[in-house]
Design a protein around this ligand. Structure first.
Ligand code: PLP
Length: 406
């Protein structure tokens, strides 16, 4: 057999970018993998394990059958943008121009990074309330921005509100501040920002000429009569707000990857350029089906929130009975908990014990903080799950008890 002479092997020197080296893999997504590995009930990642609404599934199937299978317009299929504008006017109370103020993206995940890349320059600062949804840290790093964190303090009592110190917020603003990332209802705390808080934020945004980037992906998941107030509806915020949202949570289709950014035309033009080169566009047939989702009646949203309210009370009760300090969320579908009663060194050792020995996956609290020490005695549970999933988790959690848990 003829021998082929291979060129002399060279050593490949692995070097990753300085940006990629500055953050870790997503802890939330890793906990889902661990849940699968250990056969644990997954209360870690925020995706529903129950079916999506039938009419949406039928609309998606129909769109593919109708051959809506090629690239949509890069910033979003026209029908979907029109449906978004109608829905926006319905919930926000004012009209937007679907031709110039909407960018449809691959989930709100892409909408957020496209917005930051389009609007923030390296060296500029972006203010983020912490704990924060873990994507915002890497998003800021990838866009070259320096994140500045303002603390959300847990309530003294489990049923109280998470609050921030207005003086600490004011101190975070400076001539270097380009944007503030808002998330209401908030992941992981379930905080819903009040009008007074948003007006305070507005005053600072106006004084320092800062943009607000508002992630409102849980806008329809609210409890105890709490109202969602969109920052863009606060006087003086319309021209400086990018409102980000998606189909993921309101319609229980996190895998569809259809989201959007809504902003005044000049801002939208910049976001559209970045979005086009990042991903070209979101799935065309799922945008077509998204128009059906956006036309669902108000009753759909009340039912969604009622269903989650029940799940919230079931899990809150069980967590408290198992020895957690469980903070009552006002919105979204997570419960942030204090774990000091269990006597573990930190959130990672506790979450590892929980997934490996108790059979429940949670998210270590430190993944929501810039300084891991601040979340070292917290873990987060998601309750967007079927009754039987929650029951299985609750049965497993009942095997934990106070300081004797180890
Ligand atoms: N923003 C927040 C606050 C979230 O909690 C999540 C997912 O859990 C996302 C964005 C991701 O949303 P999407 O599926 O639209 O990318």
């Amino acid at each position: 057999m003829k021998q082929i002479a291979l060129p002399q092997t060279r050593i490949f020197t692995l070097r990753i970018s300085e940006k990629a080296a500055r953050f870790t893999e997503s802890v939330i997504r890793d906990m889902t993998r661990q849940a699968l590995q250990h056969g644990a009930v997954n209360l870690a990642q925020g995706f529903p394990d129950f079916p999506a609404p039938d009419e949406l599934k039928a609309a998606a199937q129909q769109a593919i059958a109708d051959d809506i299978n090629q690239y949509a317009i890069t910033w979003g299929a026209q029908n979907f943008r029109r449906a978004l504008a109608v829905k926006f006017a319905r919930t926000m109370g004012f009209e937007i121009d679907p031709e110039r103020e909407i960018t449809v993206c691959c989930g709100s995940t892409e909408a957020m990074i496209a917005t930051l890349l389009a609007l923030v320059d390296p060296g500029e600062e972006v203010i983020v309330f912490e704990p924060f949804y873990e994507n915002y840290g890497p998003d800021a790093i990838l866009s070259g921005a320096t994140p500045l964190y303002v603390t959300l303090h847990p309530p003294a009592h489990e049923d109280g509100e998470w609050t921030f110190d207005p003086a600490e917020l004011r101190a975070a603003f400076s001539a270097k501040t380009r944007a503030i990332i808002l998330n209401t209802p908030h992941n992981p705390t379930g905080k819903v920002f009040t009008r007074t808080e948003l007006e305070l934020i507005r005053d600072l945004c106006v004084e320092f000429d800062v943009l607000a980037i508002s992630d409102e992906i849980y806008e329809h998941i609210l409890y105890d009569g709490t109202a969602h107030i969109a920052p863009v509806t606060i006087d003086g915020m319309r021209e400086r707000t990018v409102t980000i949202n998606s189909l993921s949570k309101s319609y229980s289709v996190t895998g569809w990857r259809v989201g959007w950014a809504i902003a005044p035309p000049a801002i939208t033009a910049a976001i559209r350029k970045v979005h086009d080169f990042l991903t070209v566009g979101a799935a065309a047939p799922l945008q077509a089906a998204g128009a059906t989702a956006l036309a669902l009646p108000d009753a759909y949203y009340s039912k969604l929130a009622e269903g989650y309210a029940h799940k919230r009370s079931v899990l809150l009760k069980a967590l408290r009975a198992a020895g957690f300090k469980a903070f009552r969320p006002r919105g979204a579908y997570y419960i942030m908990t204090g774990i000091s009663a269990f006597g573990f060194e930190n959130d990672h050792s506790f979450a590892a014990h929980l997934v490996e020995k108790v059979g429940v996956a949670s998210v270590p609290g430190s993944s929501f903080y810039s300084d891991p020490a601040r979340g070292a005695q917290q873990v987060r549970f998601a309750f967007c799950k079927r009754p039987e999933t929650l029951e299985a988790a609750i049965a497993n959690l009942a095997t934990l008890s106070g300081k004797s848990a180890r």
